[in-house]
Design a protein. Structure first.
Length: 290
């Protein structure tokens, strides 16, 4: 097995687990939030010590996100708001008010939910198109990444929802987040669990194995990363999500032979389903005492 680069979490050696399954040239469309090309990833490497899986060959993905447009994402805004509101409701168990930053804020859906719940909420998002969509709705989302914010700016809460699996340096991102938090500040992180039942059942065909995901966490590696970044985990759960029936239908069809696939019916757009396959992780973190 080929050995290359070091683990982004524990710095041990990594070995090739799966070769690349990419087809054609990568573009910003390859990184769409609603992409359904399950199983298509660059080469995946596994850490020999902690087991973290990462895509070593994708080391500069920010430019793809900066030019990303995803109309289908906005079409599901109502359902994504329900999801964000559920996350904010859970967050309120730990802190009901305060300044909140959403990293990788998209078009500001979680920022909107947090603001309506009473937080002083803002977001940061690399996609110009998504940031402009938020701006149209008068939501406080700035264009850029965390390091683009003023060095002195601090928050009481930072959320990182389905973002950490997209970045080349997840440990560095968590460390930067800790430095951006006030003393004993909170961070909420959600990410897919590559050791979940469905991930193990489906193997590389699991829906979270796709181009945009370049780091794959499980409970052990997420805990390790959070602790190394200076956090303690104070709560964890398996979050659920909300999708329209037609959105789910299209994705289920990906697992059937092409000759029996068919598109969704119009009435499916009117039905929203809560889904919890227990294949995601959510942790609430607190900055450790110095």
């Amino acid at each position: 097995m080929e050995e290359t680069e070091t683990c982004r979490i524990c710095s041990s050696s990594t070995k090739l687990k799966w070769p690349s399954s990419l087809e054609g040239e990568l573009s910003s469309n390859s990184f769409a939030i609603t992409d359904a090309h399950y199983g298509q990833t660059s080469a995946v490497y596994g850490c020999s010590t902690c087991g973290f899986m990462q895509c070593n060959d994708l080391s500069d993905v920010l430019s793809f996100y900066e030019t990303l447009q995803d109309q289908a994402y906005e079409q599901g805004r109502k359902e994504r708001y329900q999801q964000s509101r559920a996350l904010i409701d859970y967050l309120q168990k730990f802190q009901k008010t305060g300044s909140l930053l959403d990293v990788g804020a998209g078009s500001g859906i979680l920022v909107e939910a947090a603001a309506k719940a009473g937080y002083e909420a803002t977001g940061i998002e690399p996609s110009r198109w998504l940031q402009e969509e938020a701006e149209k709705l008068n939501l406080s989302v700035k264009k850029g990444v965390l390091s683009d914010l003023p060095d002195e700016q601090r928050f009481e809460i930072i959320t990182l929802i389905d973002v950490i699996e997209h970045v080349v340096d997840p440990l560095g991102l968590l460390t930067d987040i800790r430095q951006r938090l006030h003393n004993r500040g909170l961070c909420m992180v959600a990410t897919p669990d590559c050791r979940s039942f469905f991930a193990r059942l489906l193997g590389r065909r699991w829906w979270h194995y796709r181009v945009a995901h370049i780091g794959y966490f499980d409970p052990k590696t997420l805990t390790l990363a959070c602790e190394k970044a200076g956090f303690e985990i104070i709560a964890q759960k398996r979050p659920g999500w909300f999708f329209t029936m037609d959105y789910l239908w299209v994705r289920v069809m990906q697992y059937l032979p092409k000759w029996i696939r068919f598109g969704p019916f119009n009435w499916m757009k009117r039905i929203t389903l809560p889904i919890n396959l227990r294949d995601s992780l959510l942790v609430v973190l607190r900055v450790k005492d110095s």
